[in-house]
Design a protein around this ligand. Structure first.
Ligand code: ADP
Ligand code: MG
Length: 176
């Protein structure tokens, strides 16, 4: 069973980068974060923050043809996966990603819903969405507002208190 415990709101790309950086600094070897959400909702921007939170100097970009990029030089290697080009989640079984998700690496996967066949029982899912459709967002009058929901699976459920404390600064919406 999965329940959304936590939702935050960012109002600029920079805020999403700081949020990512905060989460990046909490990640432990072998952990996987799945990013779900439409094109342009800020997944890659978030990954840039994660890299910075790990102390990685390179700024991740949207991969074009390669689906995987590993960034070294930080606390842990960051495996950045983008499954946009995958047509079916079955194809993910042929990529051999599992071995990249082993400690000491930490992994962040865009279009993460396509990775669920291979990620096992423990992962953090983050759902990105434009806030413009929200009834309570009309006052924000900006295309830069994003709602980000945290959906912990398995072991991550016991870390929601820690996560909730960590992201207090971005708390913008109530649990839904
Ligand atoms: P995705 O990887 O989900 O397709 P990107 O991170 O590549 O999205 O692009 C998000 C775009 O939206 C960037 O151009 C970024 O500058 C812009 N943006 C505006 N507001 C935000 C926000 N609150 N969070 C993240 N990106 C934002
Ligand atoms: Mg992207």
């Amino acid at each position: 069973m999965r329940l959304p415990f936590l939702a935050v709101r960012t109002r600029s790309a920079d805020e999403t980068i700081s949020l990512g950086s905060r989460i990046g600094s909490l990640l432990r070897p072998g952990e996987v974060v799945l990013l779900v959400g439409d094109l342009g909702t800020g997944k890659t921007t978030f990954v840039q923050g994660v890299a910075s939170g790990l102390g990685i100097a390179t700024r991740p970009r949207s991969p074009t043809f390669t689906m995987v990029h590993t960034y070294d030089g930080g606390t842990y290697p960051l495996v950045h996966v983008d499954l946009y080009r995958l047509d079916t989640s079955n194809e993910v079984l042929n990529l051999g990603l599992e071995e990249l998700f082993e400690p000491p690496a930490v992994a962040v996967v865009e279009w993460g819903e396509k990775a669920t066949p291979i990620v096992g029982d423990h992962y953090l899912e983050l759902d990105f969405a434009w806030a413009s459709g929200d009834a309570d967002a009309s006052s924000e009058a900006s295309d830069d507002v994003r709602n980000i929901r945290f959906l912990p699976v398995g072991r991550w459920r016991s870390r929601m208190g820690e996560l909730s404390d960590a992201v207090r600064a971005w708390a913008g919406t109530e649990v839904s």
